[in-house]
Ligand binder design. Structure first.
Ligand code: MN
Length: 234
């Protein structure tokens, strides 16, 4: 809050009075917490922590959500209080921060907040319908068939050195598989993600250790919310 403190206190006091000043200060400095708080909010997990077992354990989900994800959201919220970004949406903050090198920490934490909120929605407890209708058609046209799409996603996961994400993005009538490193996210590059898998080690190491491909295949074979993925199509 340091940079929210105005220099000309005397003038401001005359204008607003003591009580008025208490309310006016944050707004004067553009740091009003009521416009910023909701920007960084925890997306509730759309299923129980143990609902994706045995493919993702309750222990992994618990640490991933309350440890890693909540940490990103909390740090992003703190950084937003003191940075110059005035965006009112998480997407806006991610895009604005990606454009300026001095906001690297803001970008990393906001992008991870967005990526995880998106990732939770891409998953659903076992028993999902496979892709239907337009999504199925686009998968067939872009990759050959669903099995080929899964194989390409697993292969892509293996190409990431260190931490990152694999994505399916929509580009007009085409679907493409891309990867991003660390916190980077397609929405910072004007791209339209319809599906994501977190391949940071914290997402799978307790359950799969170094077998990243097995983790990705288990998600694809059992716990993808294809209805959500289809809903993302333009
Ligand atoms: Mn993660």
């Amino acid at each position: 809050m340091k940079n929210c403190f105005p220099i000309r206190m005397k003038t401001l006091f005359k204008t607003y009075g003591f009580v008025g000043l208490l309310f006016a200060l944050p707004a004067i400095a553009g740091c009003s917490s009521d416009t910023k708080g909701p920007v960084m909010a925890l997306e509730p997990l759309p299923y129980a922590e143990d609902a994706l077992e045995p493919y993702i354990s309750a222990k992994t989900m618990n640490v991933h959500y309350h440890g890693h994800y909540a940490g990103y959201v909390s740090r992003a919220d703190q950084l937003l209080q003191t940075c110059r970004i005035k965006e009112k949406t998480l997407e806006g903050v991610v895009r604005a921060a990606s454009a300026s090198p001095q906001n690297r920490a803001m970008f990393a934490n906001a992008a991870q907040a967005w990526n995880h909120a998106f990732f939770w929605k891409c998953l659903k407890p076992e028993g999902n319908e496979p892709p239907q209708g337009r999504l199925k058609q686009m998968i067939d046209d872009s990759f050959g068939n669903m099995d080929a799409c899964k194989a390409m996603l697993v292969e892509s996961a293996g190409t990431i050195v260190g931490s990152g994400w694999i994505w399916i993005i929509q580009a007009g009538d085409d679907l493409k598989i891309i990867t991003t490193a660390n916190a980077d996210t397609p929405i910072a590059h004007g791209e339209k993600p319809i599906f994501a898998i977190d391949v940071w080690e914290h997402a799978y190491y307790l359950d799969y250790q170094n077998k990243r491909a097995e983790y990705v295949a288990a998600i694809l074979d059992h716990i993808v919310n294809w209805e959500f993925v289809a809903s993302r199509l333009d």
